[in-house]
Design a protein around this ligand. Structure first.
Ligand SMILES: *Cc1c(COP(=O)(O)O)cnc(C)c1O
Length: 463
C-alpha cells in the first residue's frame, strides 16, 4: 500500500468526517452493474472497458472530459420500455434528458416516440427523420413560431399547458387549416421525487392546469368547443427520480376522476391518458430502481382498476421516460488533475471538467459515484470529493465518494449514470468547452456530438 503520495491526507475509514456517505465499499475496483452501463467491465489489465473499447484508448483518441455512451445499452433500455407495455401503450422518450440525431435514429428504429419541448429539440428530431406524427410537443411557454412550426410539420400531439395556449394553438391550427391533436396537462396535486411523494399543495408551480377548483374541467370544456382541436386525452407528470409508485397511484386516480367527470358532463370518453416520466435510476449502489416491466405492470393495473371503478373504457396509456432510458447508459470520463488532501476532512480531487458538464450536483444536490478506471488499485480507500476546474466553490461533481489513496494526476476516473441531464444541461461557464458524446458499440467508438472548440466559442462572439 502506498502512503507517500498524500502524506497529510485522511485515508482511514475510522477517521471520516461527517457527511452523506456510507462506509467504503469492500472492493473499490468493482464496477457495480447497477450504476454502470450494461457492457462496462474491466479487461485483463484492470482498465475499464465499454462496448468493447477500453477507456484509455477512448481518452487518447477523443480526449477528456468526454461523455461515453453505450449504444447497446441505450437500445436495450429503449426496447425494454417498448416491450414492457406490449402494444398497449406508447413510449415517448423525453428528449430533454439527452437529444442528438443519433439518439433520434435509435429511438425511431426501436419503435419509440419522442417528446420535445422547444423549437431546437423539434428541429433536431425532424432533421434525423423522426416522423412528425410520433412527436409530442410540450412546454409551458411555447412561442407562436414554435407552435406554427409544430402544427405545420404535423406533430402527433401538442400538450396544452395553459388557458391562453388552448386558444393560441386552436387559432394557429385554424389558420393552417388543420385539426390538431392535443392533450391537456393538468396538475393533480401530487409531487413525487425519489422515495417520497406529497399530495396536496403542489399545484403551486408553473406547469399544467390545476385540477383543483374545477380549472382542468374548464380547460376541457373550452378545448372541446374548438373545432380546430381534437382533444385526445389528459396528461400528468408528477416529478423526477421516482422509485415509489404510490404517487402515480394517486395521480392516476385523479386523472381518471377527471375523465369520468368529462364523460358525465359531455358524453365524451377521452381515449388517452399520459402519465409522464420521472422514473428513477441508480446513481449510487444504494438506489434500487424498478425494471420497466414492473413499472408497466403497476401503471397498467392502476389505470385499469381506476377505470373499472369509474365504469370507463380503459384509455390508451402513454409514458415519457427520459432519465430511465438514457441516464444509466453513459459515464463521464475525466482526467485527474490536482489532488488536495485536507487534514481530517477529505481529499479534493480536481478533474478537467466540472459544473459545466454536470450541473446536477450543484443544482439538485444530486448524488453520484465515481471510480478509478484507467487501472485497478489495492491502496486503502480515501474519502474524496470530485470537483471541477471552475471558479466556484460549489463546483462539485461527486460530493463524497471513496477512491484509492494512491490516486495520482493523470489517472482516469469516471462518473457513471451521467447520460441524462448532463450534456443537455451543459454550459460554457468560464468559457470551458463542452465535452463530446462518444457512442461505443461492438468495439467501435463514434463521435455523435463533437467536442466544442475555441472556434465555436469565438464564432458566437461577433466582436
Ligand atoms: C422531464 C419530463 C419527462 C421526463 O422525465 P424523466 O425524469 O427524465 O423521466 C417526461 N415528461 C415531461 C412532461 C417532462 O417534463
Amino acid at each position: 500500500m502506498s502512503r507517500s503520495a498524500h502524506p497529510a491526507g485522511p485515508r482511514h475509514a475510522d477517521v471520516l468526517p461527517e457527511g452523506h456517505y456510507s462506509a467504503p465499499p469492500a472492493d473499490l475496483n468493482v464496477l457495480d452493474p447497477k450504476v454502470w452501463a450494461q457492457t462496462v467491465s474491466r479487461d485483463a489489465d484492470g482498465v475499464a472497458t465499454v462496448g468493447g473499447m477500453d477507456v484509455k484508448s477512448i481518452a487518447e483518441q477523443y480526449g477528456t472530459p468526454a461523455y461515453v455512451l453505450d449504444e447497446a445499452d441505450f437500445r436495450a433500455r429503449a426496447r425494454a420500455w417498448r416491450g414492457a407495455f406490449g402494444g398497449d401503450a406508447d413510449v415517448f422518450y423525453a428528449g430533454k434528458a439527452f437529444l442528438s440525431r443519433a439518439v433520434v435514429r435509435w429511438l425511431h428504429e426501436e419503435g419509440l416516440n419522442l417528446d420535445v419541448c422547444s423549437g431546437g429539440e423539434l428541429a433536431t428530431a425532424l432533421s434525423a427523420g423522426m416522423p412528425a406524427e410520433r412527436i409530442a410537443f410540450h412546454g409551458n411557454n411555447k412561442s407562436v413560431e414554435e407552435i406554427r412550426r409544430a402544427i405545420g410539420e404535423g406533430v402527433g400531439r401538442i400538450v396544452l399547458d395553459s388557458f391562453q395556449e388552448i386558444v393560441r394553438v386552436a387559432h394557429i391550427a385554424r389558420e393552417l387549416g388543420t385539426r390538431q391533436r392535443v392533450q391537456i396537462r393538468i396538475t393533480v396535486g401530487v409531487e413525487a421525487h425519489t422515495h417520497e411523494f406529497i399530495a396536496t399543495a403542489h399545484e403551486d408551480q408553473k406547469f399544467g392546469i390545476p385540477l383543483a377548483g374545477g380549472q382542468a374541467a374548464e380547460a376541457v370544456r373550452r378545448a372541446l368547443q374548438l373545432d380546430s382541436l381534437e382533444l385526445i386525452g389528459i396528461h400528468s407528470h408528477i416529478g423526477s427520480q421516482i422509485f415509489d409508485m404510490s404517487g402515480f397511484e394517486v395521480a392516476a386516480h385523479r386523472v381518471v376522476g377527471l375523465l369520468k367527470d368529462v364523460r358525465d358532463e359531455h358524453g365524451v370518453e377521452l381515449p388517452e391518458i399520459d402519465l409522464g416520466g420521472g422514473l428513477g435510476i441508480a446513481y449510487t449502489s444504494d438506489d434500487d430502481p424498478r425494471e420497466p416491466h414492473e413499472i408497466a405492470k403497476a401503471l397498467t393495473e392502476i389505470v385499469t382498476r381506476e377505470c373499472e371503478a369509474a365504469k370507463l373504457r380503459t384509455p390508451r396509456i402513454s409514458v415519457e421516460p427520459g432519465r430511465a432510458i438514457v441516464g444509466p447508459t453513459a459515464f463521464t470520463l475525466y482526467e485527474v488533475g490536482t489532488i488536495k488532501p485536507l487534514d481530517g476532512l477529505r481529499t479534493y480531487v480536481s478533474v478537467d471538467g466540472g459544473m459545466s458538464d454536470n450541473i446536477r450536483t450543484a443544482l439538485y444536490d444530486a448524488e453520484y459515484s465515481v471510480a478509478l478506471v484507467s487501472r485497478t488499485s489495492d491502496a486503502e480507500p480515501m474519502l474524496a470529493r470530485i470537483v471541477g476546474k471552475h471558479c466556484e466553490s460549489g463546483d462539485i461533481v461527486v460530493k463524497d465518494a471513496f477512491l484509492p489513496s494512491d490516486l495520482a494526476p493523470g489517472d482516469l476516473v469516471a462518473v457513471p449514470a451521467t447520460g441524462a441531464y448532463c450534456r443537455s444541461m451543459a454550459s460554457n461557464y468560464n468559457h470551458v468547452l463542452r465535452p463530446p458524446v462518444i457512442a461505443v458499440h461492438d468495439g467501435e467508438a463514434r463521435v455523435i456530438v463533437r467536442r466544442e472548440t475555441e472556434e465555436d466559442l469565438l464564432r458566437l462572439d461577433v466582436g
